[in-house]
Design a protein around this ligand. Structure first.
Ligand code: AMP
Length: 394
C-alpha cells in the first residue's frame, strides 16, 4: 500500500473518515471511506471502498466513548488494512475558523489555542472537531495535521454581507455573518471551469441542499454572500433547523414560555425545520413519499424558502447566469429541483425535464437564459487537496 492522507470529520457522536492514496503524477485517489457512529451509546464501525463495496461493518466495544477511543479503534483498522503504508498527514474538517482563518492551516499549539477560543461560536461542533485533532496529536505526534474550515471560503465578502447590525461592543466579541458549507462551495468552485465552463466566471448561485442547507452567491467563483449567517441555523429551512426566524420569536420563547437557553438550543438545532413541520421525519425522501398534509407543507415550505433566497441572492449578484444544485437533496431529488426551478422561472431558468430526471449534469434547456446544473460535491477531496498542498505532498 502507498502512503496515504487521512481525512477526518468528527462530530458529537460520529467520526467520519476517508483514506486518500497518492498515485504518481495525478490527483488524490480515494481508497476507502467510512465512519464510527453511535460514539458513547452503541458504537459501530463501517467502511467501504471507492466503488461502494463494503470493507467492514462491526459493532464496537462500549469503551469507544470519545474521540480518543474512536481514533484508537480506527487506527487499528487502518493498520490492518494498509500494512506498510504511512500516514503522511491528517486533514480535519473544522467548522469554525472565525474572522482570522481565511484558508486551511497547519495545526500548531498556537493555532489550536486560537481555535479553542472559537468554541462559543460553534459549541455543538467545534469541541468535537478539536478533540479529534488532540487525539491524533496524542497518538501520532509526528504526523502533521491540517485544519480546513467551513467558514474560510466566505472570507473576503463585502462588509455589508458580513455585518450583523448590533451595537459595536457586541460585534467586537465576534458577532458577524460567517457563512458555512465553505468546503463544499470551494469544491464546486474548483470544478466549475470543467463542469460548467460557460458560467464559471459569471454570477452563480450554488444550492447545497442536504440535511443542512444553504445557498452561496458567487461572482467569478468567489463567495460574495451566503444564506448562513453567524451560525448554521440561519437562512433556509433544514432537516431539524428552522432557518431564519424572527428574533422576536426567540425572545418570546425565553420571556413568555420560560424556556432555558439549553431548551431553546435543542429546539433550534434538533427539533425544528422539516421534522417540526411534518411531524414525521427530517428526511426529504420520507416527506416526498408521504401524502399527509403536514409532510406536503414541509416540502412546500422548503421549496418556498429556497426560491425566496434565490431571488434575494440574485439581487445581491445583480442578476444570475447559473444555478448549481448539490448535496443529498440537490444531487438526488429531481422533484425538489423541478419545483425550485419552476418557482425561479421568472429569472430565466427553463428546465430540461429529461435531463433533470437523469440528474444532469446540465438540467436546463439549450436556450435557457440562466443555466441550471447538478454537480456532486466532495468536501473530503477538498480537505485532502488542501492537506496535500499545505504539507508539500503534491
Ligand atoms: P446530505 O446531508 O448531503 O448527506 O443529505 C442528506 C439528505 O439528502 C437526506 O436527509 C435526504 O433527505 C436527502 N436525500 C438523499 N437522497 C434523496 C433522494 N433520492 N430524494 C430526496 N432526498 C434525498
Amino acid at each position: 500500500m502507498d502512503d496515504y492522507v487521512l481525512v477526518l470529520n468528527a462530530g458529537s457522536s460520529s467520526l467520519k473518515f476517508s483514506v486518500y492514496g497518492r498515485p504518481a503524477g495525478t490527483g488524490w485517489r480515494l481508497e476507502s471511506r467510512g465512519q464510527i457512529e453511535g460514539i458513547g451509546t452503541a458504537p459501530q464501525f463501517s467502511a467501504k471502498d471507492s466503488n461502494g463495496v463494503v470493507l467492514g461493518k462491526t459493532k464496537l466495544d462500549a469503551a469507544v466513548r470519545d474521540a480518543r477511543t474512536a481514533l484508537e479503534s480506527l487506527a487499528g483498522w487502518l493498520a490492518g488494512r494498509y500494512q506498510g503504508g504511512r500516514v503522511l498527514g491528517v486533514g480535519h474538517r473544522v467548522v469554525h475558523g472565525g474572522a482570522k482563518f481565511a484558508g486551511p492551516t497547519i495545526v500548531t499549539p498556537q493555532v489550536l489555542g486560537e481555535l479553542r477560543e472559537l468554541i462559543p461560536l460553534a459549541p455543538l461542533h467545534q469541541p468535537y472537531n478539536l478533540a479529534a485533532i488532540d487525539a491524533v496529536a496524542e497518538r501520532l505526534p509526528d504526523v502533521p495535521q491540517v485544519a480546513c474550515f467551513d467558514t474560510s471560503f466566505h472570507r473576503g465578502q463585502p462588509a455589508v454581507a458580513e455585518l450583523v447590525p448590533l451595537p459595536k461592543h457586541i460585534r467586537d466579541t465576534g458577532v458577524q455573518r460567517y457563512g458555512f458549507h465553505g468546503l463544499s462551495y470551494e469544491y464546486i468552485a474548483s470544478v466549475l471551469p470543467e463542469s460548467a465552463p460557460e458560467i464559471a466566471n459569471g454570477r452563480v448561485l450554488v444550492a447545497h441542499l442536504g440535511s443542512g442547507a444553504s445557498l452561496c452567491a458567487m461572482k467569478d467563483r468567489r463567495s460574495v454572500d451566503s444564506s448562513f449567517g453567524f451560525t448554521a441555523v440561519d437562512g433556509l429551512c433544514m432537516g431539524t433547523r428552522p432557518g431564519s426566524v424572527d428574533p422576536g420569536v426567540i425572545l418570546y420563547l425565553f420571556q413568555n414560555l420560560g424556556l432555558s437557553a439549553k431548551e431553546v438550543e435543542t429546539i433550534l438545532y434538533k427539533k425544528s425545520g422539516l421534522l417540526a413541520i411534518s411531524g414525521i421525519s427530517n428526511d426529504m425522501r420520507d416527506l416526498l413519499g408521504s401524502a399527509e398534509p403536514p409532510a406536503r407543507l414541509a416540502v412546500d415550505y422548503f421549496v418556498y424558502r429556497v426560491a425566496k433566497e434565490i431571488g434575494a441572492l440574485s439581487a445581491v449578484l445583480g442578476g444570475l447566469d447559473g444555478l448549481v444544485f448539490t448535496a443529498g437533496i440537490g444531487e438526488n431529488s429531481a422533484e425538489v429541483r423541478r419545483r425550485i426551478c419552476a418557482a425561479s422561472a421568472w429569472l430565466g431558468i427553463e428546465l430540461d425535464a429529461g435531463a433533470n430526471e437523469r440528474n444532469g449534469p446540465r438540467i436546463s434547456r439549450a436556450g435557457s437564459r440562466v443555466s441550471a446544473w447538478v454537480i456532486p460535491t466532495n468536501e473530503e477531496l477538498m480537505i485532502a487537496r488542501h492537506t496535500g498542498r499545505l504539507l508539500g505532498l503534491i
